[in-house]
Ligand binder design. Structure first.
Ligand code: AMP
Length: 111
């Protein structure tokens, strides 16, 4: 079983930020910014690449609610999903990183 499935089952502790029947948001253990959340479907889906579009629609609503709860809608935030080897994905369970709480720099485009 993958590490995020173990978190969903409660076998590995996590700092939960938001949860419903289908999704879980929790703090990243190695934060890259002041706020660094991971958002996952409870169902095991290996990456964004195989995510059914319906799940994306539901996750969008969940992430928007998380942003509202974290009071970062005005200041802004970034969501990222790493996919596969070249994308730098280390945990093979679909997740979005949410980075916020400070200026998180630019990944593409002019500085
Ligand atoms: P990725 O490289 O996109 O697969 O990201 C995996 C993320 O999972 C990394 O940012 C890790 O810090 C995070 N991570 C790994 N194990 C845990 C854990 N037990 N609790 C919280 N975050 C974790």
């Amino acid at each position: 079983m993958c590490i995020f499935c173990k978190i969903v089952k409660g076998e590995i502790p996590n700092k939960t930020l938001l949860e419903n029947e289908d999704f879980l948001a929790f703090e990243d253990i190695n934060p890259a910014s002041k706020i660094h959340a991971l958002i996952i479907p409870k169902q095991h889906i290996s990456s964004f690449d195989v995510m059914p579009p319906k799940v994306m629609a539901e996750m969008t609503e969940f992430i928007q609610k998380l942003a509202s709860n974290l009071e970062i809608k005005d200041s802004g935030y970034r969501i990222i999903s790493n996919i596969g080897d070249h994308g730098g994905q280390e945990v093979n369970h679909l997740h979005f990183h949410l980075l916020a709480g400070e200026y998180v720099g630019r990944l593409v485009g002019n500085k």
